[in-house]
Write a new protein. Sequence first.
Length: 142
Amino acid sequence: MQIVVDTNVFINIIGTKSPYRWIFDKIISGEFSLCISNDIFFEYWEVLETQKNSKIAENIVNFLAIIPSVKLITPFIKWELIVADPDDNKFVDCAISAGAECIITHDAHFDILKATPFPAVRILSPEEFKEIYELTVKTKYD
């Protein structure tokens, strides 16, 4: 499953005590592919340096650069679907270019995409994503 993770959620999934850590563990195991563009990669790095510290930021981005389940995507079309916060469009462009299952976010700016029929981009909170994932796994093994 290919996913795009907004920075606000990414910062939370790396914490070992985070309720969202399971997402990062599935990326590490290769069950999920994390799709990122260069812009997303550098935003992760910048925010990690600001909210954590430069050593943690360096370790995480170095890990992202080598793990096979992280896919570097080069979006060639800028859809400009989010007007309220144009900086969020990097995640949308990446998701569309990657054919990702969804963008996982808590950011309300992405809600506009729920009413945008084309191109269709699924927006889920980490909680919604977990519900869907658990239903999918349960259905798969029932």
